[in-house]
Design a protein around this ligand. Sequence first.
Ligand code: NAP
Length: 345
Amino acid sequence: MIPLPRPAVYVTRRLPAAAMRLLEETCQVSLWDELERPVPRAELLRGVADAEGLLSLLTDRVDAEVLAAAPRLRVVANMAVGYDNIDVAACTARGVLVTNTPDVLTETTADLAWALMLAAARRIVEGQRMIETGAWGPWHPLQMVGVDVYGATLGVVGAGRIGGAVLRRGGGFAMRLLYHNRHPAPELEAATGAVYRPFDDLLRESDFIVVSAPLTPETRGMFGAREFSLMRETAIFVNVARGPLVREEDLAAALRAGRPRAAGLDVFTREPIGPDHPLLSLPNCVCVPHIGSATLATRTRMATLAAENLVAALTGRPLLTPVNLTELVALELAAPSWGRGATDR
Ligand code: NAP
């Protein structure tokens, strides 16, 4: 029997071995074989020319230009739960499936949100810097005082998988739990005891505000001068979602003025930020380099899930975690692709 040709896929970074093995068993893999450096744009456009599948990272912008360069493309498997780097509407219009990697990173990212909450509240980074610079003087009653986490009020904006996991951890700290989404979430309320609040009320009432909403046109710039002015002077603001949800200049001004008291940030508008970034110069701002999902186990699970989605899409098996399947099916029912010319797709 003549073996069927393996589908060609383009992978935009060297992935953990388990994910590469999965891909290589079924596909003909072309790879941007670097770990640290994102694929240059021109290389990506060349790489997708024959590809039926693309495994992308959040550093890759998958837009109309990429789709135009990839006439055979059938699936984009993003190794992230967020997919703001992908023009999903353009993919859907072209009949291209999009998948992401939800769930497998939820607990890891919630842990990081808590690390930032605790670090900002108890001035962990500032304390280490104090020792390193020889500024640690004799113990005194107000030396490095912070704010309590135990028993405080935690408000989560974007309480889905990650936000829900952040809230669950709050139970162990005897916190009062609030959340804000576009829609009330009765299951979350039943599971955590969290109470729904309109956006402004949550900002006013919370001691800790954690952001874990996706980046969408609606959430871009959601936190600016007005929102920071509503927060308590003692509030701690934590962003583990995406940088552009926050107007960084407004946050820097607010932190300088002392409302909110401190912030913990995993994500920034333009990543990577350099050592001259204004937020880094503020002692009350803890900054880490987008490490929400960065444990070896979780990154391996994310890469493997992305690979499984890619292989499933190209071998006609059910997708594990599709993003636009419903929209694609609706489009197919409305205008079957067998009735359209190849150029329409
Ligand atoms: P999810 O389960 O879809 O949760 C997102 C939540 O945000 C939902 O509850 C949604 O509820 C709410 N939401 C959406 N739009 C909103 C709006 N305009 N205002 C208020 N709430 C809104 O997603 P997830 O798995 O928890 O991931 C959330 C995000 O975290 C991802 O999109 C990604 O950008 C980010 N993330 C970052 C890292 C990192 O490394 N720092 C790691 C993983 C994920 P409604 O639909 O009811 O509004």
